[in-house]
Design a protein around this ligand. Structure first.
Ligand SMILES: Nc1ncnc2c1ncn2[C@@H]1O[C@H](COP(=O)(O)OP(=O)(O)OP(=O)(O)O)[C@@H](O)[C@H]1O
Length: 364
């Protein structure tokens, strides 16, 4: 969680800024569509604004297919954006390519869910971790190996494991190697894509604690992608909730968990599994399927599944992200926020106090 790195005016330095970022993939279409121009795209990310300040951890949550990984890969420039602006440490990088991207590759690292995908099975893990030092002309010879060995110790691996091959290590050890590989270039920003979802609960806690400690030790900023709200709650400062390629709510951990405004956020929270079985409240179940990323619903993309659907408004007009009264920095995109006090009284989403009562009475 947050360390400090402030501008002269005392505000935290903006490390990554994405504005109206879109990433559309061409659909694998038939010859007829290609010839006659009826082409469609997969709108994986569809107009997202996102900021990561120096030293903070921002979480992206949402169901499978909501566009989290595509957003992470686009803002870290593993993918070329279809549209929008991306700045890293003040420099526009949205159209960078080849040589221009090299320093970005060094300063922004991406940790994949499956560390095996980033490790060469025919090379020792020491060699894989050391490779970026050669690629980026950072260190060579004894200095290179000293640096890699120090990192291994920092993440709780033995020096002797430098000579292991990926298949000889456990899932937790491989994830630690993945962290070494990300940290070896001394990045400023690390993007974690589901960093613990392949691990059992005990190992998850160990790796999340390690990720937290490394942030302070190496002065890092994090973007953490997870479908698991418990994970983002443990390590994030701010959270953005994604649905069908868009951010529908964002705020601090306290905002999202204590005063969720978007019905989708509330449904995700209520679906969190509890220790001993069951869900958080069982009140709002997330029925239906996520929408097509090719032809998303009109208006609010969540409206076909929304338990608080207002006829007409929700299907007719896309709600913009707007400030939640009383919570600085907390924003949600829901038409209920536009309604007058009188209308809210007759049909209001449950308040924080009501939610607590519902949860208590359901025995959580
Ligand atoms: N390379 C690609 N080509 C075409 N469509 C893609 C590609 N990558 C992702 N998509 C589509 O974009 C949408 C968003 O996928 P994405 O993987 O970003 O979601 P996600 O929230 O990270 O889900 P998950 O956790 O399952 O990976 C999905 O409809 C997916 O099928």
């Amino acid at each position: 969680m947050s360390t400090t790195d402030s501008d002269a005016d005392g505000s935290s330095r903006e490390l990554l800024n994405a504005t109206n970022v879109k990433k559309h993939f061409p659909l694998d279409e038939g010859l007829f569509d290609r010839l006659f121009g009826d082409s469609q795209v997969v709108r994986a990310v569809d107009g997202v604004d996102l900021t990561v300040h120096a030293g903070e951890t921002v979480g992206i949550v949402g169901e499978s297919g909501s566009g989290k990984s595509t957003l992470g890969r686009t803002v870290s420039r593993l993918y070329e954006p279809t549209d929008g602006s991306i700045t890293f440490d003040g420099e526009h990088i949205e159209t960078h390519s080849g040589r221009e991207l090299r320093p970005i590759r060094r300063r922004v690292q991406y940790v994949f869910q499956d560390p095996m995908s980033a490790l060469n099975p025919r090379k020792t893990v020491g060699e894989s971790v050391a490779r970026p030092l050669t690629v980026h002309d950072i260190a060579d010879g004894a200095a290179k190996w000293d640096r890699v060995a120090d990192l291994f110790e920092e993440v709780g691996l033995a020096r002797s494991q430098l000579d292991s091959y990926p298949h000889e290590l456990s899932g937790g050890q491989r994830q630690r190697v993945g962290l070494c590989r990300a940290l070896v270039t001394e990045p400023d920003l690390v993007v974690f894509d589901e960093p613990v979802s392949a691990l059992d609960v005990t190992l998850q806690a160990q790796i999340l604690n390690l990720i937290d400690r490394l942030q302070r030790a190496f002065d890092l900023s994090y973007l953490l992608i997870s479908h698991d709200l418990n994970v983002v709650r443990q390590v994030c400062d701010r959270i953005a909730v994604m649905y069908a390629g868009e951010i529908v709510e964002r705020g601090t951990v306290a905002d999202i968990f204590g005063n969720p405004q978007h019905p989708y956020t509330r449904a995700l929270l209520d679906a969190i599994p509890q220790v001993g079985g069951g869900r958080r409240s069982g009140r709002t179940s997330l029925g239906g399927e996520p929408p097509s990323a090719t032809t998303p619903p009109s208006g609010c993309r969540f409206h076909p599944r929304c338990p608080e659907f207002i006829d007409g408004s929700c299907s007719g007009r896309k709600p913009a992200l707007q400030a939640v009264e009383g919570d600085a920095g907390h924003e949600a995109a829901c038409h209920w926020l536009d309604r007058s006090e009188a209308e809210r009284v007759t049909h209001t989403p449950p308040s924080r106090a009501e939610r607590e009562v519902i949860q208590e009475s359901s025995g959580d």
